[in-house]
Each structure stands twice: as C-alpha cells, then as structure tokens.
Design a protein around this ligand. Structure first.
Ligand code: GDG
Length: 485
C-alpha cells in the first residue's frame, strides 16, 4: 500500500528529483560519507525546508544497484530510489537524455525513440512515485522536478488524492508541432496533469504546454487553467499552469565576489594568462544546446579576420564533462576539441593560448574568480530553459563591470533585457555582438550591469521556491477527499 504507515514518519513537504542532493565520498578508512552537492535547487530547498516541520527528498543516490537505506542530511530525510545499470542506460541516458532532452530543445540533434527506453522510463517513474507516496503526510505537499519524472505526478495522484502535487520543468517545453513527434506524447501530458500546479521557466513554455493539451487531449482550457476530466465518477480537476523563472542564491554569489581571497584569485588568473587586456569567458556543461560550436566559430573567424588580436585578448571556455556515455555528447566533445586545437594552432602566441579550454569542473570559489576576471561572458545557447551562468555572472559583479552577451534562446533573456542580446545562429551578428561587448565603454557597462543586478538580486532562488509553493498552497484541493486512499 502507498498510504502512510502510521508507525513510520511522514513529511509535510516531499521533493522528488532524479538525483538526491548528495554525493558519496569514500573516506581513507573505506567508509562512505555523504556530502551535500551545492546546486541551486538544494539551496532553494534548504530555505523552504526551514519553514516546514519536516521535509524529505526522494531521488537516486548516483550509483546503480542496491540503494543505501534512507538517511538524514542537513535537516532533511533522504529516500534513495533504486536504479539498476539498465535503468541508467534506458531511463536516464536513453529516454531522458537521448529522446526528451533533444526533443525539448528544438531537435538540435535528432531524438532517438526506442520502445525499451519508454518501458524503462515508465518503470523508473513508478519507483520514484512509490517511494514518495507513502512518506508524504496526510494533506502534505509533493514537489516533483524535471523532465525525467513527468509521469510521477499522475502516479502519485492515483495513490494519494489528499496531497497537493506541484511539478516544475527546468528545461523548455517545445512547440506542439515538435512535441507531437514524441511517441507516448499523450501519456506524458496525462502524467504531468496529475499535478495541481505545473511550473515552467518562460511564458512561451507555459503557452506551448497549454497548446499541446488543448490540441492533443482536447481538454477545456480557460486562461492558464486546464479542466482535467476525472476517471469514472471522479469530478473534474482544475490544473493551473504558471511561469516561475528560476534563479540563483544571488546574495551568496555576490558575497563570494566581495571575498578578498577570491578577488586576489581573479587577479592571479589574469596574470597566469599573461595579463591580457581583455578576457572573454564561456561556462557550460559540454552540451550541444549551449551553442559552444557557434561561439567558437565566431571567435575563430574574428581571429582570422584580424579583428581580435590574440596577444591582448584571451578566451576561456570551461566545458564541464557531461553525459559522456551518450553518443551526441561524445561527438560534440570531439568537434569542440578539434576546433579549439585548430584555433590555438593557427592563432595562439608562443606560451599562451588563444582559447584556454578547460574540460573539467571548478569549485564555486574558482568559478566566481573566473566571472570576476572576465570582461565579457558569452552565453550563446541555442535553446536553454533558463541558464544560470548568465545570472551568476551578474551576481558576481558588484563592481558593475563586465558585459553579458546573451542568447535570445535562453530563458534568462526574458528577464535580463539589459544584456547584449543575440541570435547565436547568425554568426555575423554574434561576431558584431562580441566586438561591441569588447569595446563597450565603462559607463555603458555600469549602466547595463546596474539594471541586470537589480533584476538578479531582487529575484533569487529562495523567492522562486517560495512563490511556487505559495501558489501550490492556493490551488484547489479535490473536494471531499481529505483522507488518503
Ligand atoms: C538546467 C537547464 C536551467 C558549470 N560548470 C561548473 C559549474 N557549473 C554550474 C554553473 C551553473 C550550473 O552548473 C549550470 O546551470 P545552467 O542553468 O547554466 O544549465 P543546466 O545544467 O543545463 O541546467 C537550465 C537549470 O537547469 C536550472 O533550472 O537554468 O536551463 O538546462 O550553476 O555555475 N559549477 C562548478 N564548477 C564547474 O566547473 N562549481
């Protein structure tokens, strides 16, 4: 049964996400300890978990096979979900990252469809739902995250009519024309509609979702409220769709930028690069959605054209390893590394790079030092739910210096209007935007950065989480169903 067991603890707020917010570390004596992974979602949840008596997180602990027993970390109860090697290959690398991810990012690469992947997606989603349903307190709240778990809202709803269910999609939701390609598309829509509140990054994502429901399921829609017919004699349920642009822990990032050690590190970084006049930075997971190839093409042409002098301008590209077992990512890595090699071979002065390419990750402090050392940050995503790098750069510049070049195709472009906005598909436009950013006078940088900082500092990830949960509390509960079934 999935109803709460009176003898075991239940939680007022249960977060369900693919990954638990912890990583395991092996100690010298062979024992393992869990270290909180410092993502934005974790920070946001820490702030809302403090407002409830009891919070929990359901997710995968990161290693295939037998999961660890439930445990406590940072005042939360963590419930690990089992994923076997085959689930990792079919549910995670397969359906999530080789079917949904490319399809939801405007088919930048071709999505692959395999029925065995779908079966694994269904099975894995069921395990997350089965873990979450019994640990949620009567009348409690469940918050499900992201594209890997789109079937979970309905699966929990079927077990628990008494709980409030919210879902937030961190990536874009595609136009109905593209979404229609997805085999099992209606099951995905119905799965999502098990929630009371569905949150998306941009207004266009919310509108795309509502349009898909209207066209493919034919449900009645009024404004952003969808009427979902009940099964059998069950009454109609109203599901609300709303836009909640995610953000970062702005104050924490800004505080790091005031740390004297980190400021010193930023100066040192520029020195290590040979004290160039200008430093241009890109920070991305190595993902084809991020437009790294377009950025390098523009950069290479600017060097070829002689419009950038590699003796006084250096580009740093941090490309954090990601999804390395998925074919499209292996291919992207090869292409990016070939291009960087060519650019450096042709243009790098002796003893220093034209493009400093970093295929590894940095700690938070080094990331902030990089942002502080950068005169220009290039965010050239071809499609991106939000893009937190754009917001982190802005939060890292209390000195009001630096220029953000930002793709229109990143969700952040809806809010960060004072950035230099570009269409990264237009290489000529991208080249002009880079030159404009490099030449921007200090007063103009300050004016733009002031406006950007106003936006980012006022709207942080804590507000985002509070807004979502507050809205979820206001959504209608199913009449007459206060007890778990
Ligand atoms: C998804 C959506 C949406 C990167 N390299 C290092 C490092 N990072 C950090 C960045 C940033 C985060 O990873 C990446 O966030 P993004 O938003 O840029 O992109 P995705 O990973 O694709 O995230 C996206 C997000 O979900 C949230 O909803 O904005 O659109 O695709 O925080 O700084 N951090 C450290 N070392 C690195 O080397 N410490």
């Amino acid at each position: 049964t999935s109803a709460p067991d009176p003898s075991s603890p239940t939680h007022e707020l249960v977060v369900v996400a693919n990954r638990l917010p912890v990583d395991s570390h092996t100690l010298p004596d062979g024992a393992t300890e869990w270290v909180t992974s410092p993502g934005g979602l974790v920070t946001a949840m820490e702030s809302v978990m403090r407002t409830v008596d009891s919070g929990a997180w359901v997710g995968w602990a990161g290693a295939p096979g037998e999961p660890p027993a439930p445990f406590e970390a940072d005042g939360m109860s963590l419930y690990p979900v089992r994923l076997d090697q085959q689930d990792v290959e079919r549910y995670y690398e397969g359906f999530s990252n080789a079917t949904l991810w490319p399809l939801y990012h405007d088919v930048i690469v071709d999505p692959e469809f395999h029925r065995t992947w779908w079966d694994a997606y269904l099975g894995a989603n069921r395990r997350f739902a089965e873990a979450a349903a019994p640990v949620t307190a009567p009348g409690g709240t469940v918050w499900v995250h992201d594209y890997q778990l789109q079937l979970v809202p309905l699966m929990i709803r079927e077990k628990r009519t008494d709980v409030r269910i919210g879902f937030f999609n961190h990536i874009p939701f595609p136009s109905v024309e593209l979404f229609s390609q997805l085999p099992k598309r209606n099951s995905i829509l119905r799965g999502l509609l098990g929630a009371d509140l569905l949150g998306f990054q941009r207004e266009s994502d919310s509108l795309n979702f509502v349009a898909a429901v209207r066209k493919l399921l034919g449900y009645h829609v009024e404004g952003m409220t969808i009427s979902v017919p009940g099964l059998g004699a069950a009454p109609v349920r109203e599901v609300e769709v709303r836009t909640f642009p995610i953000s970062i822990d702005s104050a924490a990032v800004s505080a790091l930028a005031e740390d004297p050690q980190i400021r010193e590190r930023a100066v040192q970084l520029r020195h290590d690069l040979g004290d160039p006049e200008k430093v241009v930075l890109g920070v991305d997971r190595l993902d084809y959605t991020k437009g790294i190839r377009h950025r390098l093409k523009a950069w290479g042409e600017l060097l070829d054209d002689g419009l950038i002098d590699p003796h006084d301008t250096v580009m740093i590209q941090v490309a954090t390893p990601s999804r390395e077992r998925v074919d499209a990512y292996k291919q992207l890595r090869d292409e990016v590394e070939l291009t960087v090699g060519r650019i450096n071979g042709e243009h790098a002065p002796l003893g220093r790079p034209a493009v400093s390419y970093q295929h590894h990750s940095f700690d938070r402090r080094d990331m902030t030092a990089l942002y502080m050392a950068a005169d220009v940050v290039l965010v050239t995503a071809l499609r991106d739910g939000m893009n937190l790098v754009a917001k982190e750069y802005v939060a890292s510049r209390p000195d009001l210096r630096g220029v953000l070049v930002l793709s229109e195709f990143a969700g952040a472009a809806d809010e960060l209007r004072a950035a230099v906005l570009v269409n990264p598909h237009d290489i000529d436009e991208l080249k002009s935007a880079i030159l404009r950013a490099l030449a921007m006078p200090a007063e103009e940088q300050e004016e733009a950065m002031r406006s950007l900082r106003h936006q980012v500092m006022e709207n942080d990830v804590q507000n985002w989480a509070h807004d979502f949960l507050e809205r979820l509390e206001q959504t209608g509960r199913l009449e007459g169903s206060s007890a778990p079934v």
